[in-house]
Design a protein around this ligand. Structure first.
Ligand SMILES: Cc1ncc(COP(=O)(O)O)c(C=O)c1O
Length: 470
């Protein structure tokens, strides 16, 4: 153990760190976290693109809390909004109204109307999975169906309902029966399925989906009543935990058309890719498709007081069809979360993120391409805005290398990379079907200097990881 700790010189801070870790191992359940690092890392402070450990060492964060902190750590405008709310109306039962809830709902509805040309309403909750649960209830209420379709490689959370539509059996295996487990259909993962031939992958996935509705013997479709057994298809415009897989341009449009023809709703999970991560407020705006329900969370509050929610088309959610108490949580539209969300939405709507995110994404992707030219273990790099992927492989550039990605992750957390006169660490995240994809979600405020530094640090981490595995 304590690979990181043994490197820290003996000091009161190192003693305190050791004690905290011992206390953690005695009192903290590991059930609510992923404990991915060999030694859990304790951070003390954060600012902009950086986290700082107990020793004051900086770590350039390239994943920003799985894209929950799009506007950078300790963003002053967002923190000030939270502080102001704390001083004015920090608590209020959700059955009463407050200004921020109403204005935030309006801003979200307006942005969806601008992006997709649809009218609807918003309701809030406190976490991504809980909002997914609310979307499931809405679909069930509207369609009378409890079975869903979702994607292989998709991730929608770990509450019981969200686990049932998340493709990893690993998350369900130990927890009994999931009667409403979704049926998981393939996602066009171009690099893995056809090594570059995107069109064929898209066509094959669409054809496979269409075949479900050819006749009654597919098991889920009645041509006489023209009803399917499924209430909705849950989609991520760019698969998050699945490894930032970006589908072909027309894929969702074609898929949604088939869903419409067969009475299946489309739920767009924007929890990880929403709020300008991809350069548009909603990632699905890139794909020219109109979802029926949109689910959001994470970056809505820039990682401050939790808030999530769903938007749905008016006919699905107006009070006449989805009345009071259809879903409820004590904290659902809490004042601190809505005030923070309102500040974030104002920043995102008034800023030039439509232009700056694609520009920065292209620059960062260029840096990743340079790395790919130097390291044959990088099988693929790709990006949509500032959602970037770097797929780590064996020397053949194709066989997935989980151990290389793992080593890079650990080396980043050791905090002793040297770039010129600077010593720093790197916070990375790993996703993908084979757990071999470095998924990069830097701050939308990342500077060119920070992207240059990130490329140098990644170069060093890959080189060191390769050497360590020899
Ligand atoms: C696409 C997607 N949906 C749902 C969730 C679940 O959100 P939460 O972890 O806030 O419950 C996540 C979390 O990573 C996610 O990325």
């Amino acid at each position: 153990m304590a690979k990181v700790l043994t490197k820290a010189k003996a000091s009161p801070v190192a003693d305190e760190e050791r004690e905290l870790l011992q206390t953690e191992s005695r009192y903290c359940s590991h059930g609510d976290t992923v404990h991915y690092a060999e030694t859990p890392k304790i951070f003390e402070r954060c600012e902009g693109s950086y986290l700082y450990d107990l020793h004051g060492r900086p770590y350039l964060d390239l994943q920003m809390w799985y894209s929950a902190v799009n506007l950078g750590y300790a963003n002053p405008a967002v923190s000030n909004a939270l502080r102001a709310q704390l001083d004015r109306l920090p608590q209020l039962a959700c059955q009463y109204l407050h200004r921020e809830k109403i204005e935030l709902a309006q801003l979200i509805c307006e942005s969806i109307e601008r992006g997709f040309g649809m009218k609807g309403r918003v309701q809030f909750n406190v976490g991504g999975s809980q909002a997914i649960e609310d979307a499931l209830k809405l679909v069930r209420k509207h369609t009378g169906r409890s079975r869903m379709l979702a994607f292989q490689g998709g991730y929608h959370g770990r509450t019981l309902g969200a686990s049932a539509i998340t493709s990893s059996y690993r998350y369900r295996e130990a927890f009994g029966e999931f009667a409403d487990r979704a049926e998981f259909i393939p996602y066009p993962y171009t690099f893995r399925t056809h090594r570059g031939d995107g069109q064929r992958t898209e066509d094959e996935c669409i054809a496979e989906f269409e075949r479900r509705f050819e006749h009654e013997y597919t098991g889920t479709w009645n041509p006489k009543t023209r009803r399917a057994e499924f209430g909705a298809l849950f989609v991520e415009a760019v698969q998050g935990t699945g490894g930032y897989v970006i589908p072909p341009k027309n894929y969702f449009k074609r898929l949604a058309k088939i869903c419409r023809e067969h009475g299946i709703l489309v739920v767009d999970d924007e929890i990880q890719m929403g709020f300008h991560r991809t350069g548009k407020m909603w990632a699905m705006e890139h794909f020219d498709m109109q979802p029926d329900i949109i689910v959001f969370g994470k970056a809505l509050t820039n990682g401050l007081n939790p808030l999530s929610g769903i938007w749905a088309r008016e006919e699905l959610i107006h009070p006449g069809v989805f009345g009071p108490g259809s879903t409820h949580s004590t904290f659902s539209s809490n004042t601190l979360g809505t005030a923070t969300g309102l500040a974030v939405m104002r920043i995102l709507t008034r800023g030039d993120y439509q232009a700056s995110v694609p520009r920065k994404g292209a620059y960062f992707l260029g840096k990743l391409r340079e790395l790919q030219a130097r390291h044959r273990e990088i099988g693929e790099v790709d990006a949509l805005g500032l959602a970037l992927r770097m797929e780590m492989c064996e020397a053949d550039g194709y066989t997935p290398s989980r151990r290389l990605a793992d080593r890079m992750f650990q080396l980043g957390l050791e905090g002793d990379l040297t770039i010129g006169s600077r010593t720093l660490g790197l916070v990375l995240d790993i996703g993908g079907y084979y757990k071999n994809v470095i998924t990069l979600a830097p701050s939308l405020e990342i500077t060119t200097e920070e992207m240059d530094l990130a490329a140098l640090a990644l170069d060093q981490v890959i080189t060191r990881a390769r050497q360590a595995l020899k």
